[in-house]
Ligand binder design. Structure first.
Ligand code: NDP
Length: 285
């Protein structure tokens, strides 16, 4: 079997067109969705991510504000800046690009963002709301994965989903979203015994590990849906995922490539969350 490739770039573009349409409708009602991105220090990768987020905002007709703060900024100064943005009516989404310098408490920073503007979906209130199936900002990468499957017409209810990775930003929340959609979910991590025994039972396998070519054909059941979240560099410096694409695509039913798989969906869902926040602010007022 040769897997059908799930084209994340194409699906992301379709979603972005839908978002742009909704943005223009909101603008007619006098609201332009606005995203504030805070970048602390000068991490090269972070700067690239931030630039891509700004570009996406502009393309969709949203406002974006980049706030660049020096590496040595104090925690208090950063918290004050966030508070200012919490109070700003023009700003509907606030995102602090991670990682932040070690002298600042990341949890405190995330919790200082108003849950109404937490478009990354990292605030404990939004996580709790997601877990209990209430209206919430869903974390962008997990949300993007659900949209990829939905757009591809892959049903989730009753499927066995195996998630490899349990980070707070990808593994844990994506498993929760699958559970919310009535899948049976197994989480695997670095202490899991007999990983292959678990992954081979997966109808849908999510790889969120951060190790190039970690998931091989031996981990995958014939015909499974394989979603590769990893963004890594291989020894040659080339971008690659967590899945050994060539061999796994001979066995899987569906597979996401890297690049052009999950990656483009992450920023798209950030744009969606910013739009959602702006629309909800209108209803609140
Ligand atoms: P983390 O490093 O936070 O988590 C990695 C997870 O993999 C951990 O839960 C860890 O287990 C688990 N793991 C590590 N080694 C093994 C092993 N040998 N067997 C089983 N599990 C293992 O990474 P993230 O979740 O933040 O990111 C994962 C990947 O996804 C990275 O490549 C990252 O770049 C990418 N990413 C991509 C995004 C996108 O937009 N496409 C967005 C965010 C991340 P344990 O908990 O026990 O340590």
């Amino acid at each position: 079997m040769t897997a059908t490739i799930i084209n994340g770039k194409e699906i992301a573009e379709k979603k972005r067109m839908e978002i742009a349409e909704e943005v223009s409708k909101l603008k007619k009602l006098g609201v332009t969705p606005g995203l504030a991105v805070i970048l602390v220090g000068n991490n090269h990768a972070s700067r690239t991510y931030v630039t891509n987020k700004e570009k996406a905002c502009k393309e969709l007709g949203m406002n974006s504000v980049l706030i660049e703060l020096p590496e040595e900024i104090s925690e208090q100064e950063l918290l004050s800046k966030i508070e200012e943005l919490n109070m700003d009516d023009q700003i509907h989404g606030i995102l602090v690009q991670l990682p932040i310098p070690k002298h600042i408490d990341e949890k405190k920073v995330i919790e200082s963002i108003s849950p109404f503007k937490d478009v990354d979906g990292f605030h404990p209130i939004n996580i709790g709301r997601m877990m209990t199936g209430q209206n919430a900002f869903l974390p962008c990468t997990p949300y993007g994965i659900m949209v990829l499957l939905e757009e591809t017409g892959i049903s989730v209810a009753g499927k066995h989903v195996v998630v490899v990775g349990r980070s707070n930003i990808v593994g844990k929340p994506v498993g929760q979203l699958f559970l919310n959609q009535h899948a049976t979910v197994t989480y695997c991590h670095s202490k899991t015994k007999d990983l292959k025994g678990h992954t081979n039972q997966a109808d849908i396998l999510i790889a969120a590990v951060g190790i190039p070519n970690f998931i091989t054909a031996e981990h995958v059941k014939e015909g499974a849906v394989v979603i590769d979240v990893g963004i890594n560099r291989n020894e040659a410096g080339k971008l690659c995922g967590d899945v050994a694409f060539a061999e796994v695509s001979e066995k899987a039913g569906y597979i996401t490539p890297v690049p052009k798989g999950v990656g483009p969906m992450t920023i798209t869902m950030l744009m969606f969350n910013t739009l959602k926040s702006a629309a909800e602010s209108l209803n609140r007022n």
